[in-house]
Structures are given as structure tokens and as C-alpha cells.
Design a protein around this ligand. Structure first.
Ligand code: BGC
Length: 766
């Protein structure tokens, strides 16, 4: 765990340079706008430890798989989010000496991410090897108002000398992915040009042939006056730069503004890319930095009005939740159903592909409650569009008749993951995709989603489960062998309670969904029967499985068993582990991990979270009390689920401990892995831990319900929620709670179990 970032309500601050943590900071200070984003690399050269990363949404590369022992069914390629051409670079030389924070003496340094405004700021003073001292400040943002634009203001002030400062803004397409399987470079440059103060480079990905045109235009001023510079262009194979030298006196302020355009062939015809990029860059240049920034800040200000959570009395917790909300909206804004939310967003390469079950299980509730309905709907439509590939994927593994197995990791619907214990076995992901359809309809009341898109997906998934189980003679039940549950510290197990439960639930829900469509839209149902070649006997088989599924339990302890035989393990609690053994995945052999009872992330408890109302409180309590002490939370997706369950059970201290762990997971580097990038998808879990955990919010019986609790350390908290056509504000303080209905229609809600009508524009205290 680290503790070097300062606590502040709206800002992430690094005071003093910590080169040993630079890669962690590069992750934490990342910026993005849903269409592109980047790690907080420096503009000027840096020869110290750094992970260079710029990413463009939806632009990926299928890297040829590299595994030791090939197994039939493995995907040949792993589609990777690509490190894209770097547009932030500005090399600086002072009388021929390169400015590099790894070689200069850093006299002062402050890096700041202002989340309210969405800007990354750096101020530092350095003494170069020559003894020359400089002050530098830079401000950078990826525009949320115009998502094709990035801008930088870079100011240099000579402190103890007069001399020549050379600035070289550049675009570098000669970039690599650190996680490339074959050390291959993924981009080829297809066009480039430099014209006085602007330059453009179009690069194309190998195999996928996506093109991205990255352009820049800059201006320089000295003490507020524009300079008519001499500009020297350099065009290399994959690199373009424009150099200019400014004569400065001690104390002068030289400011370089760099405007960038990032245009991808996902949105434009390739023949138009460069001209579109020029248009975008010229418009940005003509608007100027201040205006661009103002428009960008306005979008953030509107976003915060809808999605902010205010915590009074605990700055660390406040910073944590804002950081999470901020990073989520930098990653996904929801206007394009081809995009999704990668576990690392635009902050790193790890997890290569874009989409995991994380989206459906963790991110969906956040977007449902904080954005317009279409944003969450687009996340579902993304999977609908991938249904044919999910069917192909299942066919590769031997399933038939339209059975669909969604990939564990994907960009375009094809499976990208290739470890058999996950690719073939971690099939519970299919369940989360079906659950998300249920969750979306429960929240929005948008039943039209079923006939339009949802039912096709549900039927594909139900068909898969029906073939994946088999009948056990000795048990006289349906069983499921050879799976990996959400707890990846167990592989190839039989009858994982969570997977069996969600599989049966999917089949049951699909039948209910079919009945709904049949009774409300008979024509569409007839169409679907024909399209999917559906035979009514399939439902009989599904319901037979539902009625006869095997669920491992221990009656004496009154708990569900994570898998058959779980209690045969040596049961030890996490508090018997030595601190130096944690995290286990960095200190123990895999063999030891697999045989141990330690749980990576919520598994049985994940099921209790999803299907809360199907179990009584005692069942929740017994399972929580048994599994929580065995859980090491080495997946970022774990603590949030435990926080919600603990809140529900009135274990407030535990809930708070779990909440802090998820809210500050990256800022405090709990799992010693923030340097790889941020845990974007688990950030939505933090939001859930607060709103569903402390706030006790649920969608039930076509109503929103709240049962809030105030953590002891806090004076109050408040948050906004979108519910159908209503916009609600909930405040929880020491004297009770209040719910304000900011809509022109009254609203029925459940407050601590009682149904109450909140008048239009009115407030109810409870
Ligand atoms: C977790 C998975 C998750 C993946 C991506 C893994 O560590 O165990 O549940 O889908 O990370 O976040």
C-alpha cells in the first residue's frame, strides 16, 4: 500500500517528484474523453521509468496467440487495445541540453489532476546538469466537448539564465505495446505531411486496417506576445515534428500551445481522415486554448451535476469516490454501441481486450443510475451485436443449435482469452450478460428491449446452459463439471454453486421473457421462432433442468458450498497469513493458491448479491460470516460486493473497511499493481458500494427503494440518481435522510420498506 498522493476533495495531487512511483502516477493521473485517452506521461522527454500509453477507443490489433501447449478451441488471436500514436510530445532543449526530469535535479514538482475541470496540471522547477534553472508548467486535457480534440498549454520560464530554448512538438507513431506477444510493431504509416505550424500523420493497424490520423498545430508566445517563429519540420518514417527556437531572457515566460486532432476510421471514411483531421485541428487552433478549455469544463460541470457524490467529514473517502466516477466517465460516455469499458480503460495495456463480464456485473448499475437510459442500453446492444460470434464461439467448442457462449475477453465478439481454465471454464460470464438484461429492464421498465434485442441473446445463452449441464445418475440431479467460478483461485471444479445457480436462473428468466414477448407481441414472437429455429420443447428441457439442478450446500453450517468438496480443504482464515505473503498471487505458487481455501473474489457472495431477494437474511449472514474471512480480495471486483452485503447485514464497520478498499484501491495501490493501469471496471463497484451499500438503494416492484445508513466517520453524504423520468437527490445525514424529487411528476418510492409518494419538486424526510 502507498500513501504518497495528497488527500483533497476534488484533486489528485503528487507534491514532490516520486520517480520510483512514476508509473503508478502515470496511471492515477490518466485523462480521457471516452473516445481517446492516455496515461499521464510527460510532454518532454523522460528517460526514467515510464509506461508510454495513448489509446483510441475501439482501435485494436489481433496479436497472434502465444501459449506453451495449444488446445483445440483456443482463439488464434488476442485482440489488444493498442498503444496509439503519441500526440502529447514536446521535446525541450535549453542551449542544446535536453530537458529530462530523470537527469536534471528536480527542485520542486507538483502534479495535479483537477477532477472538477478534467485537467492534468504539472508545475516543476529543475536545475539542469549545466546549472541552468527552469520553471515549467503544463496543462493538458482531452476535450469532452469535442471528443476529437486534445490540447496542451506548456509554459517555460528561465530562472537564472538567458539563452535559446528549442521546442519540438511532435507526433510519434513509432509506438509499441509493452505486452506485444512477438515484439511486433502494430502500426504502419500510410500518409504524413507537415505544413508550417501543423503536421499530420495517418497510421494504419496491421491486420485490422484501422486508420488513425493524428494531427497537431502549435503557437508560441513570449511574455504574452505571439512570436513569428522559424519552424523546421522533420518527417521520419513514423514520426513528425516541428522545431522552433525562442531566444529568452531570464524571467521571460514562453508559452507553447499545442492542439491535437485524433480522428479514427471508426467514424470516417479513410479517404477523408486527413482532411477531417486538418479541419478539427484548425478549428481548435482558431478557438484557442481558453475557449476549448471552457467548453470542456462545462461538460464536466454538467456531468458532475448528474453524477457527483458528496461526502462530508472524510476527505479520503470523498476523493476516492470522485476519482472513481471521474475515471468511469473518462472511459465510457455511452454514445456508441460498438464501444465498451475495458478493465483498464485508457490507462494501461493489461487485460488487452476491451470487454469482460465486469461491464454487465459492475458497470451497468452505475450507468443506469447516472446517465440517460440510452447509455446503459448501448452496453446491452453491444452484446446483441456480438451474438453471431458468441454462437460461433460455442460451435468451436462443440455446442450446437444456436447455443451462445460469450467470450471472456473480447473486442469484436471473438474470444481473445487463451487459458483453458478461463476460456473454456469461466463460463459464468454468460450468466452476467443475461442478468444485465434483467437488471436493465427492472431499472428502466424498458420492456421493448426484450423483443427488439434481449430475447435473442437470452435464448442463445439458455441453449448453451442446457447443453453444458449433464445428468448425474448417483445424484439424480443436473450437474455442471469443469468450471471456474468468479473466484479464479480455483479451476476446473465441479458444481460451482454460483455458476449452477445463475445457469438455472438464466433458463428460468428466458422462459419468463419469452412468455412476456408471446403475450405482448405475438408477431415478433413468431418472427423470432422462425429466425432462431425455436422449438417449444426446448423450454420443457430447460425447466426440467431448472427444477432438478444440483446445488452444493453444507446443511450443518447452513451455507452454500463454493464448489463440491470445498470443506475438504484446510480451512484457514486470511488473518493467519503473514503480511509478506500478500498478495498471494505475487508471493505464492499457483499450485499452492489452487489448493488453498483462499478466495480471490466474491463467488458464493456474488450470487447472493445478484439474487438477494431469493434468500433470507440468516442465509446471507451465515454465508457472509463463512466466506468473508477466507477472501483475500485480490481481484478489484471483490470488496464492493462484500461492502454491499455487509451493509445489508448491518455490519457497518466491515462495510466501511470494504468501501475504503475499493474507493482508494488505485490511489493507495492496495494490490500493488496500479502501475499497470487503473481498475476502471471496479470503480463502478465503488459507486455500488456507496449507493447500494450505505444508501441501501434497490430497484424493486417497479420502484426505487432506499434504506440508508451513515458511516460513523462521515457527517453526511448525498448523491443524485436518475430513475426513469425522474432525477432524485438523496441526502443522508446525522439527523436522518431526505429524498428530493426534482421532476414535475410525483414519484412513489420505498423508504425503509414503506411506500411513500414524493410530490413533484418536493422532498420527503425519513
Ligand atoms: C478477475 C475477473 C475480471 C478480470 C478483469 C480478474 O482478475 O478475476 O473477474 O473479469 O480481472 O477485471
Amino acid at each position: 500500500m502507498k500513501n504518497y498522493l495528497l488527500h483533497d476533495e476534488w484533486k489528485i495531487i503528487e507534491e514532490g517528484f516520486n520517480p520510483e512511483y512514476n508509473e503508478i502516477s502515470e496511471s492515477c493521473f490518466s485523462i480521457g474523453n471516452g473516445r481517446f485517452g492516455q496515461r499521464a506521461n510527460f510532454e518532454e522527454q523522460y528517460s526514467g521509468k515510464s509506461l508510454q500509453g495513448s489509446y483510441v477507443a475501439g482501435v485494436y490489433y489481433p496479436d497472434k496467440t502465444r501459449v506453451g501447449w495449444w488446445k483445440i478451441g483456443y482463439p488464434e488471436y488476442f485482440a489488444k487495445v493498442l498503444n496509439a500514436p503519441n500526440w502529447i510530445g514536446i521535446d525541450v532543449q535549453v542551449d542544446g541540453e535536453v530537458l529530462d526530469l530523470a537527469t536534471a535535479k528536480v527542485l520542486s514538482f507538483r502534479r495535479e489532476l483537477d477532477m472538477r475541470r478534467g485537467v492534468l496540471i504539472r508545475n516543476f522547477q529543475v536545475k539542469m546538469v549545466s546549472g541552468k534553472e527552469l520553471e515549467v508548467s503544463s496543462t493538458r486535457f482531452c476535450s469532452m466537448a469535442n471528443t476529437e480534440v486534445g490540447a496542451i498549454r506548456y509554459e517555460v520560464k528561465p530562472l537564472n539564465f538567458s539563452g535559446n530554448i528549442q521546442f519540438t512538438p511532435f507526433v510519434d507513431a513509432d509506438v509499441v505495446n509493452q505486452d506485444a506477444n512477438w515484439d511486433e510493431k502494430f502500426w504502419v504509416v500510410v500518409a504524413k505531411q507537415a505544413k508550417r505550424r501543423s503536421a499530420y500523420i495517418t497510421a494504419e493497424t496491421k491486420k485490422t486496417a484501422f486508420q488513425v490520423c493524428t494531427g497537431m498545430k502549435f503557437s508560441v508566445s513570449r511574455n504574452g506576445e505571439k512570436i513569428k517563429e522559424e519552424i523546421v519540420p522533420t518527417l521520419e518514417e513514423k514520426f513528425i515534428s516541428l522545431s522552433t527556437t525562442v531566444a529568452c531572457k531570464k524571467g521571460d515566460r514562453v508559452v507553447l500551445h499545442k492542439y491535437a486532432g485524433i480522428i479514427s476510421s471508426r467514424y470516417y471514411d479513410k479517404s477523408q481522415l486527413m482532411s477531417r483531421c486538418m479541419e478539427v485541428v484548425n478549428e481548435a487552433y482558431d478557438s484557442g486554448f481558453k475557449n476549448l478549455l471552457k467548453a470542456h469544463e462545462q461538460v464536466w460541470s454538467d456531468k458532475w451535476k448528474e453524477a457527483d457524490i458528496v461526502i462530508e467529514g472524510d476527505v479520503a473517502a470523498q476523493q476516492g469516490i470522485r476519482f472513481n466516477i471521474f475515471q468511469l466517465y473518462q472511459t465510457y460516455t455511452g454514445d456508441d454501441p460498438r464501444l465498451n469499458i475495458g478493465p483498464k480503460g485508457f490507462t494501461g495495456e493489461k487485460y488487452g481486450g476491451s470487454t469482460y463480464w465486469d461491464t454487465e456485473a459492475y458497470c451497468l448499475p452505475f450507468y443506469l443510475a447516472t446517465a440517460e437510459q440510452n447509455v446503459a442500453r448501448n452496453l446491452l446492444v453491444y452484446r446483441y451485436r456480438h451474438l453471431p460470434k458468441a454462437i460461433e464461439n460455442a460451435e468451436k467448442l462443440g455446442f450446437t443449435g444456436g447455443a451462445a457462449l460469450y467470450p471472456m475477453v473480447t473486442m469484436n465478439g471473438e474470444e481473445c482469452h487463451n487459458e483453458w481454465e478461463i476460456t473454456f471454464e469461466e463460463i459464468h460470464r454468460n450468466g452476467a450478460i443475461a442478468y444485465a438484461i434483467f437488471d436493465y429492464i427492472r431499472y428502466t421498465g424498458d420492456w421493448d428491449y426484450l423483443p427488439e434485442y434481449g430475447l435473442d441473446v437470452l435464448i442463445g445463452i439458455a441453449r448453451f446452459w442446457a447443453q453444458r449441464v449433464h445428468w448425474s445418475e448417483p445424484k439424480q440431479k443436473f450437474v455442471m463439471h469443469g468450471v471456474t467460478g468468479p473466484n479464479e483461485y480455483e479451476n476446473n471444479i465441479n458444481n460451482n454453486w454460483y455458476t449452477n445457480y445463475i445457469a438455472a436462473w438464466c433458463m428460468k428468466y428466458t422462459v419468463e421473457a419469452m412468455d412476456h414477448v408471446k403475450s405482448t407481441d405475438a408477431d415478433r414472437w413468431a418472427e423470432l421462432v422462425a429466425k432462431l429455429n425455436f422449438d417449444e420443447r426446448e423450454t420443457v428441457a430447460w425447466m426440467n433442468i431448472v427444477d432438478n439442478m444440483y446445488y452444493p450446500e453444507d446443511e450443518e453450517k447452513g451455507i452454500f458450498l463454493q464448489q463440491e468438496g470445498f470443506l475438504d480443504k484446510e480451512i484457514r482464515t486470511v488473518d493467519t497469513l503473514k503480511p509478506e505473503e500478500r498478495p498471494l498471487n505475487q508471493n505464492w505458487s499457483w499450485d499452492r493458491i489452487l489448493r488453498s481455501c483462499f478466495i480471490k473474489q466474491a463467488d458464493v457472495l456474488q450470487g447472493l448479491y445478484f439474487f438477494e431477494d431469493q434468500f433470507d437474511e440468516d442465509t446471507h449472514r451465515r454465508n457472509f460470516e463463512f466466506y468473508e474471512p477466507l477472501t483475500v480480495h485480490e481481484s478489484s471486483l471483490s470488496a464492493c460486493v462484500h461492502a454491499i452485503l455487509a451493509s445489508r447485514l448491518g455490519m457497518h464497520e466491515k462495510a466501511y473497511e470494504m468501501y475504503l478498499r475499493t474507493a482508494r484501491l488505485d490511489l493507495d495501490d492496495y494490490n500493488n499493481d496500479t502501475e499497470d493501469g487503473l481498475h476502471i471496471t471496479s470503480m463502478a463497484g465503488t459507486w455500488m458500494a456507496l449507493v447500494e451499500g450505505f444508501g441501501g438503494m434497490r430497484a424493486e416492484d417497479d420502484m426505487l427503494a432506499f434504506d440508508p445508513h451513515l458511516p460513523e466517520k462521515w457527517n453526511s453524504y448525498n448523491f443524485h440518481i436518475r430513475w426513469r423520468n425522474h432525477f432524485l437527490h438523496i441526502l443522508v445525514g446525522k439527523d436522518g435522510a431526505a429524498l428530493k424529487n426534482n421532476a414535475d411528476q410525483p414519484l412513489k418510492v420505498k423508504l425503509r420498506g414503506e411506500i411513500v409518494e414524493v410530490p413533484a419538486q418536493g422532498e420527503v424526510k425519513f
